[in-house]
Design a protein around this ligand. Structure first.
Ligand code: EAX
Length: 322
């Protein structure tokens, strides 16, 4: 009996070696599998599996099932998690050079933002992550952030004055939002829904795809399309996975990440186009024509601090990309 078992185990081992060893990689992100992060991650994972003939595949952990974005990045750095699709919100705490992209009103629109991230600046920034033990594969996307709250319609910056808002754990955001009179309350994403529900904070700010997939319409009455910050996201992989790949597999991963990014951005576009009507149907009151000038004017003084921290020339170089 015992010998049969051993023989069987040996046979199974030989078979799996013949078929090629399979690595199942854990990937996580903040929102649901049908959201922009889910669509992008799935496209990436499908391409990796196909391109490596099944030698690499993913096990997906949507809805921050392995922790918030800070934990995800830390785990990728440590190699206890293989992949993550995260916004830059928490990434600047690990790779300081990334912080510049979180400046409010830095990017004009999606075309501008995507051009910068896919261009020389963004590609250099991906490389900066390597020194911090993180391999950046491609810029995916979270989207332009908008404000929601349970108190009042925000038509202009002064309407935001005095509102207690959950923000990401991101100093660049917080410094900017203070100029709008907002009282920023940094908090990890997994705690946000409950905090809004219990009234610990009045509001929060996130892109339409996040507001939609997290069903924030259940706990927030007002949405204002403030477009106050572009929130890039990035597909990161642990060095212990990346360094094991041969050149051909590295190429498969990089190309897959580009396809994932394209799919994720397309989902952001679709949600921007169709999601607002959906949120209205769910009972949200939406201010579509926000006085953007009032916000830009309010934040202008904070740019002195940003220039000191990041260099006025670096900020201008991003703004000047046409
Ligand atoms: O990346 O925490 C946030 O507000 C982020 O935008 C969210 O986790 C998606």
């Amino acid at each position: 009996m015992k010998t049969t078992h051993i023989a069987f185990a040996v046979a199974a081992l030989c078979l799996s070696a013949a078929a090629g060893a399979q690595t199942v990689m854990k990937i996580s992100y903040s929102t649901s599998i049908t959201s922009h992060y889910g669509v992008g991650s799935t496209a990436f994972c499908d391409e990796v599996e196909k391109g490596t003939q099944g030698r690499y595949k993913c096990q997906q952990f949507p809805n921050a099932a392995l922790g918030g974005e800070r934990e995800m990045i830390e785990a990728v750095q440590l190699g206890t998690q293989d992949l993550a699709n995260v916004s830059t919100g928490a990434l600047g705490n690990f790779v300081p050079e990334v912080k510049i992209v979180d400046i409010p009103f830095l990017f004009r629109d999606y075309a501008h933002a995507r051009k910068v991230m896919d261009g020389e600046f963004g590609q250099d920034l991906l490389k900066k992550m390597t020194a911090k033990g993180i391999v950046g594969l491609a810029w995916t996307e979270n989207g332009f952030r908008h404000m929601t709250n349970s108190k009042r319609a925000i038509n202009q910056a002064s309407d935001a004055n005095g509102l207690k808002m959950r923000t990401m754990e991101n100093k660049v955001h917080m410094e900017g939002y203070k100029t709008f009179g907002i009282l920023p309350t940094p908090m990890a994403w997994p705690e946000v829904f409950t905090a809004l529900q219990q009234g610990t904070v009045d509001g929060q700010e996130n892109p339409i795809p996040v507001i939609l997939s997290a069903k924030l319409s259940q706990v927030q009455k007002h949405l204002s399309l403030t477009n106050h910050v572009y929130s890039p996201a990035v597909l990161i992989v642990a060095p212990n996975i990346w360094n094991k790949l041969n050149d051909a597999d590295k190429k498969v991963f990089s190309e897959a990440a580009k396809k994932g990014a394209a799919a994720q951005r397309k989902k952001v576009n679709d949600d921007e186009a169709n999601g607002i009507a959906e949120l209205k149907k769910d009972g949200m009151q939406v201010v579509e024509q926000v006085n953007g000038e009032s916000f830009r004017k309010a934040v202008a003084p904070a740019y002195a601090g940003y220039a000191k921290e990041f260099g006025a020339d670096k900020i201008a170089a991003i703004q000047n990309v046409k």
